[in-house]
Design a protein around this ligand. Structure first.
Ligand code: RP5
Length: 168
């Protein structure tokens, strides 16, 4: 029943436009690892390696990938272009760069044309991208869904604990 452990290959593709995106994108990898989700990491640039990007997007499903997380900054076309060439769900992470505080990245990713969805997280929100991938996989994986429910209960307990400490 457990989708994530059905085979040995990665089920999440974690890609980014440049290795310079890694300090932001690392949080997605950490979230996936926390849930025991197998993933692969790679640099796939929409502008510098367009053929590699198309090959990656077109082959991903056949290789067993179920969700793609794509991070990019500036003219951040990677998530949208990957979404155009795969039937898999794509989660876009706007990576903040030196100028414009990531607003350019956000707007480049979030304003997709009808018919080509990208689930865009917040600027720099790579951890939520990893958690969203876990939820998507958990929809067909009871064990993973239970782990997510436990994680959410932990968040609630943490807030209540801080609230109690504040009041005491
Ligand atoms: C984008 O260009 C990448 O996603 C990165 O955020 C940005 C800058 O890339 P580098 O010049 O640091 O390689 O495609």
């Amino acid at each position: 029943m457990c989708t994530v452990s059905d085979s040995n290959g990665p089920v999440v593709g974690l890609i980014m436009g440049s290795d310079s995106d890694w300090p932001t994108m690392e949080a997605a990898a950490e979230a996936l690892a926390e849930f025991g989700i197998r993933f692969e990491v790679g640099v796939v640039s929409a502008h510098r390696t367009p053929q590699r990007m198309l090959d990656y997007a077109r082959d991903a499903a056949d290789r067993g990938i179920k969700v793609i997380i794509a991070g990019a900054g500036g003219a951040a076309h990677l998530p949208g272009m990957v979404a155009s060439a795969t039937p898999l769900p794509v989660i876009g992470v706007p990576v903040p760069l030196k100028y414009l505080d990531g607003m350019d990245s956000l707007l480049s990713i979030v304003q997709m044309p009808a018919g080509v969805p990208v689930a865009t997280v917040s600027i720099g929100g790579a951890r939520n991208a990893g958690l969203l991938a876990a939820r998507i996989l958990g929809a067909s994986d009871p064990a993973l869904r239970a782990a997510m429910a436990t994680f959410q209960a932990g968040l609630e307990a943490m807030v209540l604990e801080k609230d109690a400490a504040l009041r005491s």
